[in-house]
Design a protein around this ligand. Structure first.
Ligand code: ZN
Ligand code: FE
Ligand code: FE
Length: 306
């Protein structure tokens, strides 16, 4: 008897609910890796990826929890990269691109070095921002270190929290305005690879690179404006596998264009929540990835089961 035509991934059916982008407190999410898996189970998901920023520190705990809960686990990393492009008005701009890397070998030396550097440079960056803020606010690096000693991740929210503790701010929101690019307090994260190098790096570590929330939050052409095709084609040339076209921050016209581009180049598109815990609006499973797409990711990574 032949197997049914149904696509099955490691025992999961075509109807499996798959969310390929979540965060734990190993980066900037709220819950422990175990909690994220429990919340995923409660949300009715079947397969979940943990994709903390620039770290694999949550994988073991998440994998063990997923196993106990009967969830399929996909190990991932959301790698911070830097892109540069010339826009349709001839203006050069630099921006951050997040790359989701699925099933990379975290012990591969080149990938390891880049992740370590990324994490180390984060502290340097926070210190630089804090020192500039200290010129105008009653804030010192020690205040930020205090927040970090509570187990907070070395990201800008740690400075915001230090300022809130000092009574300098009431909420985090105005902080991000204060330190955005172009302001006197801004400092870029310098230990970050460029996007093309990072795609090659992820492939070199056996991983499958997918651009997270491309051109999210209006950070791209408006409807009717030309799309940055050349930039994306360079990434495809370097080994890009797909686009996270289904994500709450990706506008409909951008999503449609990405799906067309993926089709033309035989790439795939994913969908996911980018869950950061109960504090943010993103709900687990609000966008999903097709089981046949996960199968492609596993095939490219040479992974037979979850
Ligand atoms: Zn995040
Ligand atoms: Fe992201
Ligand atoms: Fe994310």
């Amino acid at each position: 008897m032949q197997e049914s035509a149904q696509v099955r991934v490691a025992g999961f059916s075509t109807l499996a609910k798959i969310d390929l982008h979540t965060h734990s407190l190993k980066s900037d999410g709220r819950g422990s890796p175990r909690q994220v898996m429990q919340e995923a189970k409660a949300a009715g998901l079947d397969i979940v990826a943990l994709t903390d920023h620039d770290t694999v520190a949550g994988w073991d705990e998440a994998r063990a929890a997923a196993r106990e809960l009967g969830l399929g686990f996909v190990p991932g990393i959301e790698v911070t990269t830097r892109s540069a492009e010339t826009d349709s008005h001839g203006v050069a701009r630099r921006f951050t691109t997040h790359l989701l890397a699925y099933f990379p070998d975290p012990t591969e030396p080149n990938l390891r070095a880049v992740l370590d550097e990324s994490v180390a440079s984060r502290l340097t960056r926070l210190k630089a921002i804090t020192d500039r803020l200290a010129e105008d606010f009653d804030l010192t690096w020690d205040h930020v270190l205090e927040v970090l000693s509570d187990g907070k991740v070395a990201g800008r929210p740690a400075i915001a929290d230090a300022m809130i503790r000092r009574g300098l701010l009431e909420t985090r929101d105005p902080f991000f305005n204060l330190v955005r690019p172009g302001t006197k307090y801004y400092e870029p994260n310098r230990g970050v690879p460029n996007t093309i190098d990072a795609i090659r790096l992820i492939r070199g570590a056996g991983g499958v690179p997918v651009i997270a929330h491309p051109m999210a939050r209006g950070n791209g052409p408006q409807p009717g404006e030309p799309m940055p095709r050349a930039g994306f084609e360079a990434m495809i040339e370097a080994g890009l596998a797909g686009f996270e076209a289904h994500h709450r921050d990706v506008a409909p016209h951008v999503s449609e264009w990405l799906q067309q581009l993926a089709f033309e180049h035989d790439l795939f598109v994913t969908g996911s929540s980018d869950y950061h815990g109960t504090g943010k609006q993103n709900r687990l499973g609000e966008h999903l990835t097709d089981v046949s797409v996960l199968q492609k990711i596993m095939d490219q990574a040479g992974v037979a089961e979850l």
